[in-house]
Design a protein around this ligand. Structure first.
Ligand SMILES: *[C@@H]1O[C@H](CO)[C@@H](O)[C@H](O)[C@H]1NC(C)=O
Ligand SMILES: *[C@@H]1O[C@H](CO)[C@@H](O)[C@H](O)[C@H]1NC(C)=O
Ligand SMILES: *[C@@H]1O[C@H](CO)[C@@H](O)[C@H](O)[C@H]1NC(C)=O
Ligand SMILES: *[C@@H]1O[C@H](CO)[C@@H](O)[C@H](O)[C@H]1NC(C)=O
Length: 679
């Protein structure tokens, strides 16, 4: 009856645990775990050891510090009561020691044979959950362990931090060796890194007092040669020939995840069931970014912010840098409008090296536009929105003017407080450079006369040739440009309305340059007659090589008109002619030009010829009208017009201020005081 019960129990056990675990009998204990999904009740766990149900792992330690975990088969293994019978056992297990990223792993796993299942009083860290300070080294511990130690503990004479040792009642191993295995294929010992995180196979065989420990990586067969082989008298350790079998693992300040993946145990090597390695659970690998991610995310966010701020800054900077002012009324001038960016690039960012000149109202830069070629860009600063529409309209109209002696105006661009005018670049520079600067060769008389004819023709076209009368308003030597062949081109029309402060763009404001301005400018404003006056002054200037008004000269020569007139009256007109011509000129031509200049600068506007007449006179298609030094209005010096607000200005301080601002400066005379030395 007892026999039947016994068999029934056995049968039930077999059915219950399927083919994972089997017992032959208590005397001949034998089991195999291919993963730990089933039969968990048969194992006794303590400490931090637990089953990872999801993947069938037996986890002995997690990555918390100073912890230990134990797992014992909950039945005591009986080696057999017959003392003559030799003891033996055999086991094969697969473990994995997975370091926590960024931390050195510790401390290790041990296979344990112990007379007691209760190791809760043992210590973690270097004690591996096997002993404490009082039980270590005591024969009463009755404990045999095969340690896979990943920390070198000097107090137990550990050989390194990657070794396998056999411990008998003490952590001071009776024998140990660096973790390695014999490769039958390559016939050499190969080292193993216990903390690689990869599964490691371990075989422990005990037979005829010889204990063999053999290691191998998961893919390899059991090596023919063990790593450790040592004679151990198990009867001495376990006098009652009984022991619990299981595992212990511990962490210290060094931590690692330590797992058992599968375990087979038997009384003898022959009856040991082999593990089905394909059924073993896989080892979870902690992802590296898990730990570093918060810092990494912060860094990435900061980096992204920096990049965004930088990009935003660049965007805003570029927007601001190339910002323009555009209004609906400008639509019709679209084709004449240049983008600021293109002008910026054409002039290499308005490079100072490319600056052609600096006037009272702005700066001129040389540039190069694709398809167009060399250009001159005039930057006019202004604050006035008032009158801008009319001015731009006028500029655009002028751009449509076609004459061989007008500097072609190509277009414009508007920005806040700034207007840019684009015209063709004149490689010869301006006439005043030839007259007054030493870096250009002096012009010959025939060249000067040709230039005067060119400009007369251009001005005549403005006054009569276009669909409407166009006033130039600021004829002067610095506004007459030359090309490479020294042909004259009239440029900068309309510009005179930009005063020094950029405050006024009114079409009726009377402005001009000292010495070129007719007296009636203050009363009746600009007209074709005032342009003729300025051209007359220009003719005298070119012939005499002197500015129309020169405060550095003695009083009698200061006003060019008056000086030329005096020379004429004395009958010595040639005296007024530019010395640099060295008398290489035709007297008749010079006389005609000077007289025409005097006629044009007559103080009586109606006495001045029209530009059509001037063209006829200068080309000698007509002879000059008969007039003498006694003709009224001839040779009267126009008072100097100054834009000074206070009446308390003395003539000397005025003279010096004129000198410093030079004849290049345009003068705004809406609120002027008139000084004159009269006649
Ligand atoms: C060591 O362990 C034993 C039992 O295994 C226990 O009785 C003893 O108190 C422990 N000693 C220390 C210092 O923890
Ligand atoms: C391999 O290691 C074992 C044990 O450490 C040693 O006895 C043996 O001589 C080694 N064999 C080779 C080929 O190095
Ligand atoms: C232990 O290893 C030796 C060879 O090193 C071998 O002769 C012996 O049979 C082995 N014993 C067991 C139990 O595996
Ligand atoms: C093992 O130890 C026991 C008890 O001390 C002793 O009786 C036996 O002879 C020993 N066996 C061998 C092989 O040394």
């Amino acid at each position: 009856m007892a026999q039947i019960n016994h068999h029934l129990l056995l049968l039930l056990s077999v059915i219950f645990f399927a083919n994972l675990i089997s017992f032959s009998c208590q005397q001949d204990l034998s089991f195999v775990y291919n993963g730990f999904n089933q039969g968990q009740a048969i194992l006794h766990l303590d400490g931090v050891a637990r089953f990872q149900n999801s993947d069938g792992l037996l986890q002995l330690t997690d990555a918390t510090a100073q912890k230990m975990g134990h797992a014992f088969f909950n039945r005591r293994f009986d080696f057999g009561s017959v003392s003559s019978q030799s003891l033996s056992f055999s086991t094969h297990f697969v473990c994995a020691l997975v370091p926590k990223p960024g931390a050195d792993g510790g401390h290790g796993i041990a296979f344990v044979l112990s007379s007691s299942m209760d190791l809760t009083q043992a210590d973690p860290t270097q004690y591996l959950g096997l002993f404490n300070i009082s039980t270590n080294g005591s024969p009463s511990s009755q404990l045999l362990a095969i340690e896979l130690d990943t920390v070198q503990s000097a107090e137990f004479d550990d050989i390194d931090k990657n070794h396998v040792g056999i411990d008998v009642n003490s952590l001071q191993s009776v024998v140990s060796a660096p973790a390695s295995y014999y490769s039958d294929r390559e016939r050499t010992n190969k080292s193993l890194t216990l903390l690689s995180g990869d599964p490691i196979q371990v075989w422990i065989d005990y037979e005829d007092t010889l204990l063999n420990v053999t290691l191998a990586p998961i893919r390899d067969q059991k090596p023919s040669k063990p790593l450790l082989s040592r004679t151990i008298n198990l009867t001495e350790i376990f006098p009652d020939r009984k022991a619990f079998v299981g595992f212990s693992a511990a962490t210290g300040s060094l931590i690692s995840y330590q797992y058992i993946l599968g375990w087979s145990f038997s009384r003898s090597r022959v009856s040991l069931q082999s593990l089905d390695l394909s059924k073993l659970p896989s080892v979870p690998r902690p992802k590296i970014h898990k730990k570093t991610s918060p810092l990494l995310i912060v860094l990435l966010v900061i980096l992204a912010l920096i990049v965004m701020v930088a990009l935003g800054g660049v965007f805003v900077y570029r927007r601001k840098k190339y910002a323009e002012v555009k209004e609906p009324w400008e639509k019709e001038y679209g084709p004449l409008r240049y983008s600021y960016k293109s002008l910026y690039k054409a002039t290499r960012g308005f490079n100072k090296d490319d600056r052609l000149g600096k006037g009272g109202f702005g700066e001129v830069y040389k540039g190069t536009l694709p398809l167009v070629g060399d250009i001159a860009v005039k930057r006019l600063s202004h604050d006035a929105e008032q009158g801008m529409k009319q001015f731009v309209a006028e500029v655009v109209t002028m751009g449509s003017l076609q004459h061989k002696n007008l500097v072609p105006l190509l277009g414009y661009c508007r920005r806040k407080g700034e207007l840019l005018l684009v015209s063709k670049y004149m490689e010869g520079g301006s006439v005043d450079q030839y007259l007054f600067h030493c870096d250009k060769p002096p012009l010959s008389w025939s060249q000067r006369l040709a230039i005067l004819k060119d400009i007369a023709s251009a001005l005549c076209y403005l006054h009569t040739g276009a669909s409407q009368v166009v006033l130039h308003r600021d004829i002067k030597a610095s506004n007459v440009m030359l090309n490479g062949n020294l042909q004259g081109f009239l440029g900068d029309f309309g510009m005179a309305r930009f005063d020094d402060n950029g405050a006024n763009l009114s079409a009726t404001a009377a402005v001009g340059t000292i010495g070129y301005m007719a007296l009636e400018l203050t009363s009746t404003g600009t007209s074709t007659k005032t342009d003729v006056y300025a051209f007359g002054a220009f003719m005298l200037e070119v012939t005499c090589g002197r500015r129309p008004f020169d405060p550095d000269m003695p009083v009698e020569k200061r006003h060019l008109v008056k000086w030329v007139f005096e020379c004429w009256r004395k009958g010595s007109l040639d005296e007024a002619v530019d010395r640099r011509l060295r008398s290489k000129f035709i007297h008749g031509e010079v006389e005609m030009v000077l007289k025409l200049g005097l006629l044009c600068t007559s103080i009586v506007p109606d006495s001045r010829p029209t530009m059509e007449q001037v063209v006829q006179y200068i080309n000698r298609h007509k002879t000059l009208p008969d007039f003498s030094p006694d003709t009224p209005g001839i040779g009267v010096s126009t008072p100097v017009l100054m834009g000074l607000p206070s009446l308390a200005i003395t003539s000397t301080s005025m003279a010096s201020s004129v000198s410093s601002s030079s004849a290049n400066n345009s003068m705004f005379i809406s609120h002027t005081i008139i000084y004159g030395d009269g006649r």
